[in-house]
Write a protein that binds this ligand. Structure first.
Ligand code: GLN
Length: 492
């Protein structure tokens, strides 16, 4: 079969169960595509071909026994921020270029237990700080829709791998948009779950009160399958919530949109940098949802202007604390011939971390230092609470809130935005993390340069099933999610 990479997760699951093809054939198919096509896309940092085939053979044995998990034998790619025992985990940094974790992240362990086959680890912005994946120590990844454009970030490798059909599904993480924005730039569906739904254990920490892992895939249905595997309580993550997990696949239904009240925040459509094509596509998608029975309600989210400054204080503050563990002694990179301990710390950190990471450590350390803590950090925490309350008030009147995922489509690699320009591009995604809410990106068409545009739907706490169902129903009535980049049509 030459077109195994065109099958959905449900089709792959059924094909494997009915022995139309084996996991080994499927895995070899993907490995061949990666070998041929990924040199152009550069989505993978590490390809684990040998190990993948061993896992595929084990899945084939389980499949023959008739007791396999629904996803047994299906390949996936992990963002290189999830620790993988025996396989390098770099977080896109020179600091961890030689780091092999002694244990698996819970997300990785759960995927393995379900029989999913790990194809490899995919590229990302260094320590997940960025929106382009260009800050990776391993170089930029191309957007499959236009290889000289960025795939978004920080989970840009995950998005590019799926959009080029180099993996059927991938894991990502989202601290301030890193699942939704690359999904938007690459024409994919990506879900950022409620804070506490997916374990952070073994996920290299960026900003711990905001970080959350989630699925990236072609459709809401594919995301639902992966959510069924990775969601759930984990005693090893103290912020993981002990709450029953939905069956996200069984809950998909064709009735989520009728009567659904969708809030349209006035402030979101007056943002200065909002691209005209993005705005037009978002409005068209909302019109479509209205035709399907949704009710559009204009709402106010008065704190919009506070999103970027609040996030860019809290996230660097937490990052500066989290990244203090990389000291040249215990993990990763160590400078050569240090003259004393201070020199070892200083040079290991200034040689091991890239410019954006160092910038954030400086901002964060400043904001947390004596004399500035109350003026910056405590104040930002108070504003964070107001942002959350703004959403909770809105949810008294609407079921979900619609927004673009990003103000623009993918820009060129090397566009060299200033840090503030780049931070402003996160305006639509940051508040969701500050409030701990779930949100999803769905592909809804293209701009004048044929680059994908995404719609973001923000839900109330624990509404993952609802968000997936809304997008699933939209995808049953439209075909944007079935469009493939030319490079994905290439055969290996
Ligand atoms: N672009 C945002 C940042 O640079 C979000 C990144 C993320 O979600 N990991 O912090």
């Amino acid at each position: 079969m030459t077109d195994l990479h065109r099958l959905s997760i449900r089709e792959l699951s059924e094909g494997l169960k009915q022995a139309q093809f084996s996991s080994r054939e499927l895995t070899e198919h993907y490995l061949k595509r990666i070998a041929k096509i990924d040199p152009k896309v550069k989505s993978y940092v590490t390809v684990t071909a040998e190990q993948a085939l061993i896992e595929a053979d084990a899945a084939d044995v389980a499949l023959k026994s008739g007791h396999a998990h629904a996803l047994a034998g299906i390949p996936l790619a992990h963002k290189d921020i999830f620790c993988t025992q025996g396989i390098k985990t770099t977080a896109g940094s020179k600091m961890l270029d030689n780091f092999i974790s002694p244990y698996d992240a819970t997300v990785v362990a759960k995927a393995k237990a379900a029989g999913l086959v790990t194809l490899g680890k995919v590229n990302m912005d260094e320590f997940a700080m960025g929106s382009t994946s260009e800050s990776s120590y391993f170089g930029a990844t191309g957007n499959p829709w236009a290889l000289d454009h960025v795939p978004g970030g920080s989970s840009g490798g995950s998005a590019a791998a799926v959009a080029a059909d180099l993996a059927p599904i991938a894991t990502g993480t989202d601290t301030g948009g890193s699942i939704r924005q690359p999904a938007s730039f690459c024409g994919l569906t990506g879900l950022k779950p409620t804070y506490g739904r997916v374990s952070r254990f073994g996920m290299i920490a960026y900003a711990s009160s905001l970080d959350q892992g989630g699925p990236m895939a072609r459709s809401a249905e594919d995301c639902a399958y992966l959510m069924n595997v990775i969601a759930g309580h984990d005693a090893k993550d103290s912020t993981s919530v002990n709450k029953e997990v939905d069956d996200y696949v069984a809950n998909l239904n064709g009735t989520a949109v009728k009567g659904l009240r969708i809030g349209i925040p006035k402030q979101y459509f007056n943002v200065a940098g909002l691209d005209a094509d993005v705005k037009a596509r978002v409005e068209e998608s909302l019109k479509k949802l209205e035709e399907m029975g949704a009710i559009l309600v204009e709402i106010d989210l008065n704190m919009t202007e506070a999103y970027v400054p609040t996030y860019y204080l809290i996230a660097p503050a937490e990052a500066s604390s989290n990244l203090s563990r990389f000291d040249g002694v215990r993990y990763g990179y160590r400078c050569e011939n240090p003259v004393d301990l201070m020199d070892l710390y200083k040079r290991s950190r200034s040689e091991g971390f890239g410019a954006e990471v160092q910038r954030r450590i400086l901002i964060g350390t400043y904001a947390l230092s004596a004399g500035y803590y109350d003026a910056y950090y405590v104040k930002a925490q108070k504003v964070r609470r107001l942002i959350q309350q703004d959403f909770l008030k809105a949810f008294e009147n609407v079921d979900v809130i619609a927004a673009p995922s990003a103000p623009t489509t993918a820009y060129k690699i090397g566009a060299n935005l200033s840090p503030t320009e780049m931070y402003l591009g996160d305006i639509y995604t940051l508040a969701v993390n500050l409030a701990g809410l779930p949100a999803i990106n769905a592909p809804i068409g293209f701009d004048k340069d044929s680059l994908p545009v995404g719609l973001q739907l923000i839900g109330n706490y624990w509404s993952e099933s609802q968000l997936l169902s809304i997008v699933h129903q939209y995808q049953q009535n439209t075909d944007w999610h079935t469009k493939r980049a030319a490079i994905a049509e290439e055969n290996a």
